[in-house]
Design a protein around this ligand. Sequence first.
Ligand code: NAD
Ligand code: DAU
Length: 358
Amino acid sequence: MKTYLVTGGAGFIGSNFILYLFEKYGNNIRVINADCLTYAGNLENLKDVESNPNYIFFKVDIRDRQAVNNIFQEYDIDRVIHFAAESHVDRSIKNPEAFVSTNVLGTLNLINAAKMAWETQDGYRPGKKYVQISTDEVYGSLEDEHGYFHETTPLDPHSPYSASKASADLLVKSYVDTFGFPANTTRCSNNYGPYQFPEKLIPLMINNTLSGKRLPVYGTGKNVRDWLYVKDHAKAIDLVAEKAAAGEVYNIGGHNEKRNIEIVTLIIDTILDLLPEQDARRKGISHDLITYVEDRKGHDYRYAISPDKIKAELGWEPETMFADGLRMTIKWYLDNPEWMEHVTRGDYQNYYKQMYGM
Ligand code: NAD
Ligand code: DAU
């Protein structure tokens, strides 16, 4: 039975990944979720697996070297899937220190712990794998409508968030190059789906639309992101963990580029389509909610991923069409109002006021 150490498993992608692992492998795996539960970590995401004896949660900060080493001492870990991170660009502009601390130093702790646990006199114990979950933002910004990020595109991060992720990628690369550490790095485009915290574009716009609140679109609304349904991302990570040769880097993306304003418009239209005629919320919902606000500092114009390598080498392709994925996502938020209510209590209100002033 394989034992996974998933860091940041209480966050958006980490929790979707853990749910996917149990869906795919049943109880033929054991999953240890190590998460320190920042504002973005939520154990409610994992209620479907919390009573499974093959799922174990540790409230651990990846910056705590001893706590991380203890996990490797107690369990024979076969896969490390490293999601834990400060993940929001706007927060990184206000507080870069937290991003360097968790994303860079936390990653260093983790690779040191895995290396120490796995290394032998002449290499590493067979079958071990570390996967660094990175982002297309490390490549910087495409400044026009042409071209894609390839694995060979030079790293050119612009925000403190993407700089911290690029630093972590380079540390992992250095361990591959220097120590032959059995790692892969994946760089994915923007994810969407259930359990995403409403600081990110799609859940924020869904929540505001349902509450009849203004929809803050940065700058012109013309910036482009390449959207991927989170379960398709989970499938790609699993393939990389199982099939990829150590040391390889893979881009993961949906060939699904959209301008932000298109996304916001489609969210309003899909919500109106899904809400029953008699639902009182319909009265407050219209395109007039769209409000152009001050642009994000250093706002990257366009991200677009070429997933050719992962397709050719591992046979991965995105499966979920954007209109279908967005509809499923909105339905999930409509069906789980208490989830949104819980995560938007307290601190979120202060964050929202400071960030948007409205
Ligand atoms: P998230 O913010 O939803 O979740 C992050 C999780 O990490 C939370 O559960 C949080 O509690 C935990 N965490 C933060 N600091 C920690 C620490 N010091 N120790 C232990 N746990 C800690 O993030 P997400 O959107 O799920 O992103 C997960 C990973 O995927 C990140 O590494 C991110 O850079 C990467 N990524 C995200 C996207 C996206 O669109 N969301 C796209 C590509 C890559
Ligand atoms: O590309 C992958 C990255 O995608 C991940 O590495 C990050 O962790 C993830 O947060 C995401 O970064 P973005 O900055 O692209 O995502 P965000 O949802 O914050 O914003 C998407 C776009 O929408 C971006 O162009 C900014 C814009 N936006 C965002 C918010 C929150 C708005 O116009 N208004 C908003 O209120």
